[in-house]
Design a protein around this ligand. Structure first.
Ligand SMILES: Cc1ncc(COP(=O)(O)O)c(C=O)c1O
Length: 468
């Protein structure tokens, strides 16, 4: 993996390639619009009552998004009746696949017995027991989203340490509350040097005082993290926690380099800092016990959401008993009307005990290997710059041969046009991906080798058309 994206190793001068990418993008965008008149009509109606025509800004797309009707197994269907093989999977949540029979049965049974009491049910403790077993952390609590999980985890870390400053990885997304909407999606020239990266609000409406409490450091650079911690300590602002993904899932996929997580574990322990692994994307998706199990480094706290609920809104945080003492003693108010909702817990129980079995993870690992090998072979055969990174259900193609190891390298080799074209190629060939270069694919236990082939056929067409 030597060289940079600016070197025309694929034999096409960059300017000519850019022209070709632009022309193909225009063609494919037109094709998509012709294929989705029903979505267009629904969007025209939706904007009158739902801002931008979508429930959440991340679902928006110009000139209109694709509106779906239903999903089954590895497939979803849009309002025009087109079928897609789903690699988007609800922003990485549906590792079980859609309408999995075990989850449908559990939810059906539960809804007839009442779906909300704000009183504990047995399923919540069965789920806790299973999460404790999988993650090696004995104490669990529930919330309803990844944002709530990271918000509560940070508050708990602050209470445990009596400190206010927190550290996050530059470029990592941990949800939409103020503590963590910092230093994401920043332009390259505003990132700052590794030892003094900038704390920048992600969007408006976030108080400057809150932004300043959140200090970013680069991924895969433990010495830089330690230097920043030492500077904060010297400044009288020792950090309460480091919140991070053990493998980054919001810049495509970036894996931790050998020794990095171990070094972070050692540094945080030495400085009395709570280490939080945000496993909202990795947890339950890359191994039974998430990235914690996969990489063999045990944090003090884990946050979960997305895949936990098998398609229902969910979230959880797990920690050592020592840490959860601040909750048990009611010093921290860890609360929420829908926490441990019986319907969600029934789905989570079925998912954990019946769907996400050891065989399911073996299946995901095998499909992942096929996808990585297939993508790399296509890139090589057509001479298109790029390489594939994957871990179990998650993976992506980075369209550069420069190593992407953190936000700075991701932005230095930014090529927004090619991932957008890849998204269009996929959509027009029956492959649904989450949009944007930041997103990765998510496989489900119901995906098959035929689904992998469909993805590979689409990439093959893209690589051929760009390089021919
Ligand atoms: C790592 C990570 N943490 C937290 C969140 C926030 O989760 P939610 O959208 O459920 O609030 C996300 C969402 O993508 C995420 O990827």
């Amino acid at each position: 993996m030597a060289g940079t994206a600016s070197e025309p190793k694929d034999g096409i001068l960059p300017a000519r390639r850019d022209e070709r990418v632009a022309a193909l993008t225009e063609r494919e965008e037109l094709r998509l619009q012709e294929r989705t008149p029903g979505s267009r009509a629904m969007h025209d109606r939706a904007v009158r009552s739902m801002t931008s025509g979508v429930p959440s800004s991340y679902q928006a797309r110009d000139p209109w998004p694709i509106y779906l009707t239903h999903g089954r197994g590895s497939r979803v269907w849009d309002v025009d009746g087109s079928e897609y093989c789903d690699f988007h999977n609800g922003f990485g949540s549906m590792v079980q696949g859609h309408a999995h029979p075990a989850i449908v049965r559990a939810v059906r049974e539960r809804i007839g017995l009442g779906s909300h009491f704000a009183m504990p049910t047995e399923d919540s403790l069965i789920v806790s027991e299973e999460l404790a077993r999988r993650f090696g952390l004995p104490q669990w609590r529930y919330v309803n989203s990844g944002s709530e999980a990271t918000m509560d985890a940070i508050r708990i870390a602050r209470a445990v340490t009596g400190r206010e400053t927190i550290i996050k990885i530059f470029g990592s997304y941990h949800g939409h509350h103020d503590y963590v909407m910092v230093s994401i999606g920043t332009p390259y020239d505003e990132i700052g040097p590794p030892d003094n990266m900038a704390s920048l609000a992600y969007g408006e409406g976030i108080p400057r005082a809150v932004v300043d409490l959140t200090v970013p450091v680069p991924f895969n650079d433990a010495p830089a993290m330690e230097r920043r911690i030492e500077a904060l300590v010297a400044d009288g602002r020792p950090p309460a926690c480091v919140i991070m993904e053990a493998a980054m899932m919001n810049l495509g996929v970036i894996l931790p380099e050998p020794g990095y997580l171990e070094a972070v574990r050692e540094i945080t322990r030495r400085h009395g800092i709570v280490l939080i692994f945000d496993e909202v994307k990795t947890g339950l998706c890359v191994a039974p016990g998430g990235a914690t199990e996969r990489f063999g480094v045990r944090p003090d706290m884990v946050t979960l959401a997305k895949a936990l609920g098998g398609g229902l809104p969910s979230g959880a945080l797990g920690a050592t008993a020592e840490i959860m003492e601040v909750v048990a003693s009611d010093r921290v108010k860890q609360v929420g009307t829908f926490n441990g909702n019986p319907l969600t817990m029934a789905a989570a129980r079925a998912s954990l005990l019946e769907v996400l079995t050891p065989q399911a993870y073996a299946h995901l690992d095998r499909l992942c290997e096929l996808l990585i090998a297939g993508c790399d072979e296509i890139l090589r055969r057509h001479g298109l710059l790029g390489y594939t990174v994957g871990i179990s259900s998650k993976g992506c193609v980075h369209f550069t041969d420069a190593p992407i190891r953190d936000y700075t390298s991701f932005m230095a080799h930014q090529n927004a046009a090619l991932p957008e074209l890849a998204w269009l190629y996929n959509a027009n060939r029956g492959v649904l991906m989450a949009p944007g270069r930041e997103e990765e694919w998510t496989l489900s236990v119901q995906h098959t080798e035929a689904d992998v082939d469909r993805y590979l056929d689409s990439l093959d067409a893209l690589a051929r058309d760009i390089t021919s």
